[in-house]
Design a protein around this ligand. Structure first.
Ligand code: UD1
Length: 419
């Protein structure tokens, strides 16, 4: 099969309004949680992305009835009793590991293959497994397969995460939501997507408190039911479009967003010299002045600067006046956009977890390869602000996180098409 490419003609201002899609990183755990609920859920604002389709295939393989009507996914898990996820389905998306807690919580047994590494480097799940063991789950690892069965769950279980892992927090919440016993997670992830997952489980009849704080308390309930729920907006997609406006000297209104989830990103764009104005569910950004370098950016767990926005901001900083530094603290292999940006004329030096970006006057269009989802999005941002035409390959990575990115950007004045 021939792979599609994106052809981007740079140098055109982005101007207009974009309605931001639902969050990928929230919709996947929500879909997993719909298996746990044991009823029918209608999940609105679920982005039409390959990972969300893969999650639905996993749900169907477990015996759920799963149907999509535009951006709403209807999952009926009342008769589902599957407990094994095939290796093929597990490999379709790395975040399939979030099914572990949901399946165990519902069927008390789970077999799935180890998710392995990904483009960002090793993606260990030791914290997920340690926590589940503490909750009484017996886990046998054999040739890359995890075979888990539930034993006696303690009446109260305190889990202190050595780092606030998003996935581990989600799996512990999912596993502990149904049944008896109280689970307290210390140093829990505080990401808005965690609050969204907890919001869904609570709407299904669950009892989870402390969402958004670093201590999350889950009281197991004897049963859950389905509900109707709307996935939160995708803050990384919103930041990507902010990057597109900044890189092209344009102005955008992003609608359907939660500005309060995006302060760390908004403040970086303001520091670059953009006008950034949050309203209730909108962000207005303009980039009338030339951009300036920023103080050191350090990626951190929420509410710090998100690692997923780092490549996008790097792409914008390539043309800012002065030199900027980025320290990547979350994933070790997350400067993959840098090599491609250099092909466009960017001056970026990386060493270990540090990147130094010396702003240049212009970037030139080039043949580029998306190395992962956000690195790919960063290349689009850079190409929109570059002189000449860029051809971006490996678009399938970008498609994992962005719904019709070329249509969204074309509608606000970009010259971008898929071939
Ligand atoms: C989620 C997001 C991803 C985002 C990341 C950090 C989804 C589908 N993905 O990924 O887009 O970049 O949060 O905001 O929601 N770690 C361990 N052991 C573990 C678990 C994690 O060492 O058991 C390490 C990881 O290697 C990484 C760090 O902890 O260095 C953060 O990982 P984690 O928060 O778990 O990220 P994900 O849930 O995988």
């Amino acid at each position: 099969m021939l792979e599609s490419r994106l052809i981007v003609e740079g140098g055109r201002k982005i101007e207009g309004e974009i309605r931001v899609q639902g969050a990928k990183n929230s919709s996947l755990p929500l879909l997993a949680a719909s298996f746990l609920s044991g009823g029918t859920s209608v999940i609105h604002n679920c982005p039409a992305l390959s990972d969300a389709y893969a999650a639905c295939r996993i749900l169907s393989s477990l015996g759920c009835k799963c149907k999509r009507e535009q951006h709403s996914v209807i999952v009926d898990s009342s008769d589902a009793d599957g407990f094994a996820v095939s290796d093929g389905l597990m490999r379709e998306m790395r975040s399939s590991i979030v099914f572990l807690g949901a399946i165990l919580g519902r069927t008390k047994r789970c077999r799935l293959s180890f998710p392995g590494g990904c483009e960002l480097g090793p993606r260990p799940i030791d914290l997920h497994l340690e926590a589940l063991k503490k909750l009484g789950v017996r886990i046998i690892e054999d040739h890359g397969v995890l075979d888990c069965t539930c034993g006696q769950r303690p009446a109260r279980c305190d889990i202190t995460l050595s780092l606030p892992s998003v996935g581990a927090t989600e799996n512990i919440m999912l596993y502990s939501a149904l049944g008896s016993g109280e689970t307290v997670i210390y140093n829990a992830a505080r990401e808005p997507e965690i609050t969204d997952l907890g919001g869904y489980i609570n709407k299904c009849g669950g009892d989870i408190r402390g969402l958004g704080s670093s201590t999350v308390v889950i009281n197991g309930v004897p049963e859950l039911h389905g509900c109707e729920y709307t996935v939160m907006p995708d803050r990384i997609v919103a930041a990507t479009y902010m990057g597109a406006a900044a890189a092209t000297g344009g102005e955008l209104v992003l609608s359907g967003v939660c500005p309060q989830d995006m302060y760390s990103c908004m403040s970086i764009f303001s520091e670059m010299g953009c006008g950034v104005y949050p309203y209730t569910d909108k962000i207005f950004i303009n980039a009338k002045k030339s951009l300036s370098a920023v103080r050191t950016i350090r990626t951190m767990p929420y509410p710090g600067f998100p690692t997923d926005c780092q490549p996008i901001v790097m792409a914008v900083l390539c043309r800012a006046n002065g030199s900027s530094m980025i320290v990547e603290n979350i994933f070790e292999n997350r400067f993959m956009a840098a090599d491609e940006l250099r092909r466009m004329g960017a001056d970026i030096k990386t060493e270990g977890r540090v990147a130094v970006i010396e702003g240049v006057n212009k970037l030139l269009g080039a043949k580029l390869r998306a190395a992962d989802l956000r690195a790919g999005a960063a290349l689009i941002v850079a190409a929109l602000g570059a002189e000449g035409t860029s051809v971006i390959s490996n678009v399938r990575y970008i498609d994992r996180g962005y719904e019709n990115i070329e249509d969204e950007l074309s509608a606000v004045g970009a010259r971008i098409k898929r071939i």
